[in-house]
Design a protein around this ligand. Structure first.
Ligand SMILES: [Zn+2]
Length: 200
């Protein structure tokens, strides 16, 4: 396909097209918008990305992303240490935080078990989860995993792993629709699902 722009803009478009939710066509529009709004948008965005690249790190405790480790949530002494909320991804943590659904602490798995995608237990932060529970002080582990087949398979797997530790394991209530991903739920649904969680 013949290019209508120089290689610099073409590269910008190609990179933007890798973002979730942006296809080649919307990436082209976004790139054009950025270039037109060079001072108002392109420059501050470029600066913000540079700062993100330099400063953002993964919390060594919970797997959240922040500029400090332990992250702001892990370091917050007002949060309950007895409750550990296990999520697939940072996006799910953000969704639960937006909803104010829990005052517990989090553990980000970094994915879910998936035979199809070749993701096994070693690919998830399960060792660290067990280490956190083994340290003591945790009385309940809430499995806030997506209501997908892989999410539920992972929930069963973790429930088995945790059985020797004598902690209560719960999962979100049926407010989470089958196949539902937490990030797409409204805040009321999320909060209700958390409040009505059930033992597994
Ligand atoms: Zn953390």
């Amino acid at each position: 396909m013949a290019s209508t722009t120089g290689p610099e803009i073409e590269r910008l478009i190609q990179l933007l097209a890798k973002l979730p939710g942006l296809g080649p066509r919307s990436a082209r529009r976004a790139a054009l918008h950025l270039v037109k709004k060079r001072e108002q948008l392109l420059a501050p965005l470029s600066d913000a990305m540079q700062v993100a690249r330099d400063k953002i790190i993964v919390c060594e405790c919970c797997g959240n992303i922040d500029t400090i480790s332990p992250c702001t949530l892990c370091a917050d002494s007002r949060r309950e240490t007895a409750v550990l909320v296990v999520v697939e991804d940072v996006a799910d943590l953000w969704a639960l935080e937006r909803a104010g659904a829990t005052s517990g602490r989090y553990h980000v798995l970094g994915g879910v078990l998936s035979a199809l995608d070749g993701i096994g237990p070693k690919d998830l932060s399960l060792d660290r989860l067990l280490a956190r529970v083994a340290e003591g002080g945790v009385s309940e582990v809430i499995l806030a995993l997506n209501a997908t087949v892989d999410g539920q398979t992972t929930a069963h797997y973790i429930t088995d792993l945790l059985s020797p530790y004598g902690v209560t394991v719960t999962k979100l209530a049926h407010g989470v629709p089958v196949g539902g991903e937490l990030d797409y739920l409204d805040e009321g649904t999320l909060t209700a699902a958390m409040r009505q969680r059930t033992a597994v």
